[in-house]
Design a protein. Structure first.
Length: 288
């Protein structure tokens, strides 16, 4: 009797249901092995041909300036704006996407860090130097991107050039009256808004302060992007404002009456001028 013939009687002793269960288990194991092998091959090929995916998930390396800004941020800003500048509810908004322009404006004008929650952050003595403000701005810029200010030298040169050209200066005045005077008044003295808010005076604003405000739209101010007001238009507006501030310091027209525009002048004319005319008329009538 051969070995094959000797196995047949033994195979007949195994129940058919048990033989079927063994075959099913073997097929499942084979399918699992094939699936694992296929996934291993696909994963290996994906890792080989897409090496940048792993690096994209790593924390980006900050520049030296941004690293200095991060240290300042963690000591003065993290409480209100969060660990990764994502913002903290009821404390401070997210800074992702605001760019270095907004940071430099808020910090250089002393509006940030904010001492307490108010209707509006007011200008005060800054707690950081312009260099430190630029460092914090660089950190926020590399963290989430956003608008950036031009260099101080180039901006000052553009403003100086606009001030020397009467046509450009007049164009800046026209743009200011159309876009800015409704809130900041015709004489840049500022004015009251709703809910305890106000448009601040521009008397002590630097070129970068004004440019940053137009570019980022702080508080209730709208954003004037480069598609609305070009960099040349912004330089012309700044030149007009600074020229107006320079003239306001000397008051060439006499009594400035708070520099709030024509309304105080009308009140003065009515209360003083008309009253003087009435008394003069009465005096003349009494003499006659």
């Amino acid at each position: 009797m051969t070995s094959e013939q000797s196995k047949r009687p033994l195979a007949r002793l195994v129940p058919p249901s048990r033989r079927a269960a063994r075959g099913k288990l073997r097929r499942r194991l084979e399918a699992a092995v094939r699936l694992i092998a296929a996934l291993t091959i696909v994963g290996g090929l994906y890792s080989a041909y897409a090496p940048g995916v792993g690096r994209a998930e790593e924390t980006p390396v900050l520049s030296e300036q941004a690293q200095r800004g991060k240290e300042l941020y963690q000591t003065s800003c993290i409480t209100c704006h969060g660990t990764n500048a994502q913002g903290v509810q009821d404390r401070g908004p997210s800074l992702i996407g605001v760019g270095s322009a907004a940071v430099e404006f808020q910090v250089n004008t002393g509006r940030m860090p904010l001492a307490r929650q108010e209707a509006q952050a007011e200008r005060k003595q800054p707690q950081f130097t312009p260099e430190q403000a630029a460092d914090i701005g660089a950190y926020i810029q590399e963290l989430g991107g956003g608008p950036q200010l031009p260099s101080a030298a180039s901006l000052n040169e553009d403003v100086k050039k606009a001030q020397s050209d009467p046509k450009t200066l007049a164009h800046g005045g026209e743009l200011y009256r159309v876009n800015c005077s409704s809130c900041h008044a015709f004489s840049t003295g500022g004015g009251a808004l709703s809910s305890g808010k106000f448009a601040p005076s521009l008397e002590h604003s630097t070129n970068r302060d004004i440019y940053g405000a137009m570019l980022t739209g702080p508080q209730n101010m709208p954003v004037f992007g480069n598609n609305q007001l070009s960099p040349d238009d912004k330089a012309a507006i700044i030149a007009y404002i600074q020229n107006l501030n320079k003239n306001n310091q000397t008051d060439p027209g006499g009594w400035n009456i708070g520099r709030y525009g024509p309304v105080p002048e009308g009140i003065v004319i009515f209360l003083i001028g008309i009253a003087a005319l009435v008394f003069a008329t009465l005096w003349i009538a009494g003499k006659s």
